[in-house]
Ligand binder design. Structure first.
Ligand code: PLP
Length: 368
């Protein structure tokens, strides 16, 4: 059946050497590990200004490796935002650790030091700011908290690649920063992930756990109980080509942000996610809140109405408190309110300004 989708919510764009590099990787016969993996790691680290980058099979396994490298395990508490894609909490639960959910700012959608501090206990092992939709959490305050209580900060930068906070790239400010290269992300390898750090001893641990815990110099000798969380050379070939295009992708995503601000930024009943002056954002996905007074049919009906127009959207993330069948979490008033009001509209580098005007007009027509 022919799809009615005129505008997907996300779409990868292949503007550079993706095909060539993929064929090179194939022809080299190095389709598991290989030189593209090494290249992607060193070029990603260089771009972000980090000493080391270690690739992983996706942005969930990269978080898993970061937690394991820190020795996070049974009964350790880790503070995460209560409004986020749930990869970090899920991994923590698999490790037997306890995700502790902090409420978020209702305008930036970011977790804040103010909400984190009261949750710190003697069992807190880490704080994981998860930067939403391209925004970056107020990192100076969160890092200061980490210093004051001697707690590690790990950034989940899966949604914020190339965004900057006070001139620093996201994912470079905590002890480690984790990224995802899933198909909807700012750059993609289909599935893929990366960890940034300046700490060489962590790099060694992550590399060991990533590859079965095997020592390279002695075949089949397991040094630790590891995983297979490796990125393939085929995926890395795509990644190297995508990273080469970042000079084109960033301005396009900034333009898209400006276009949505132009068409929707001052409209009654719509509040775009707020970015403070500390942030130089590269939008991953435009996210906005619909005021129930202006959209009395509710966000979910608006999403169906947009689908009827061929426009794919996404809701805000459900909070762990809204999914009590899985998660133990107190009420999170801000997170719950924004979760039910947020809609995310199509965002990808090749989306044109005319198309954004069309999408915005369709949304505005749905107001009461
Ligand atoms: C904030 C965040 N962290 C982690 C992930 C997981 O990444 P992946 O899908 O590559 O496993 C995602 C989504 O993809 C995400 O949005």
């Amino acid at each position: 059946m022919e799809s009615k989708v005129k505008f997907p919510w996300a779409k990868p764009d292949f503007w550079g050497n993706e095909k060539d590099y993929l064929i090179q990787a194939l022809e080299s016969t190095w389709i598991s590990g290989g030189t593209f993996v090494d290249r992607l790691e060193s070029e990603f680290a260089l771009f972000c200004g980090s000493k080391y980058a270690v690739s992983a099979s996706n942005g969930t396994t990269s978080l898993h490796l970061a937690f394991v490298a820190l020795g996070i395990g049974r009964d350790d508490e880790v503070i995460v935002p209560g409004f986020c894609f749930m990869a970090a909490p899920n991994v923590l639960l698999h490790l037997g650790a306890i995700p502790v959910y902090a409420d978020v700012d209702p305008e930036t959608f970011c977790v804040t030091a103010e909400k984190i501090e009261p949750l710190i206990t003697r069992k807190t092992r880490a704080i994981v700011p998860i930067h939403p939709y391209g925004n970056v959490c107020e990192m100076d305050e969160i890092l200061a908290l980490g210093n004051r209580y001697n707690i590690t900060v790990i950034e989940d930068a899966a949604e914020s690649f190339a965004s900057k906070y006070k001139g620093k790239y996201t994912g470079t400010m905590g002890l480690m920063g984790s990224f995802s290269f899933q198909a909807a992300k700012t750059i993609t390898t289909g599935e893929g992930g990366m960890i940034l750090t300046d700490d060489e001893s962590l790099v060694k641990k992550i590399a060991l756990y990533r590859s079965h815990g095997l020592l390279r110099k002695k075949h089949y000798w397991h040094d630790v109980v590891g995983f297979n969380f490796r990125l393939t050379n085929l995926q890395a070939a795509l990644g190297v080509a995508q990273l080469e295009c970042i000079g084109e992708i960033i301005p396009q995503r900034k333009r898209i942000h400006e276009d949505y601000k132009k068409f929707l930024g001052s409209e009654v009943g719509i509040s775009l996610q707020r970015y403070t002056n500390n942030i130089d954002p590269v939008l991953w996905a435009i996210a906005l809140k619909l005021d129930p007074k202006a959209f009395p049919q509710g966000r979910d009906v608006v999403m169906s109405q947009m689908t009827e127009e061929g426009i794919e959207t996404r809701p805000g993330f459900y909070t762990p408190s809204q999914m009590p069948h899985l998660y133990t979490c107190p009420a999170l008033p801000n997170a719950e309110r924004i979760a039910s009001q947020i809609i995310s509209l199509p965002t990808y580098a090749s989306l044109t300004s005319d198309q954004i005007e069309f999408i915005s007009t369709k949304l505005l027509k749905l107001r009461a």
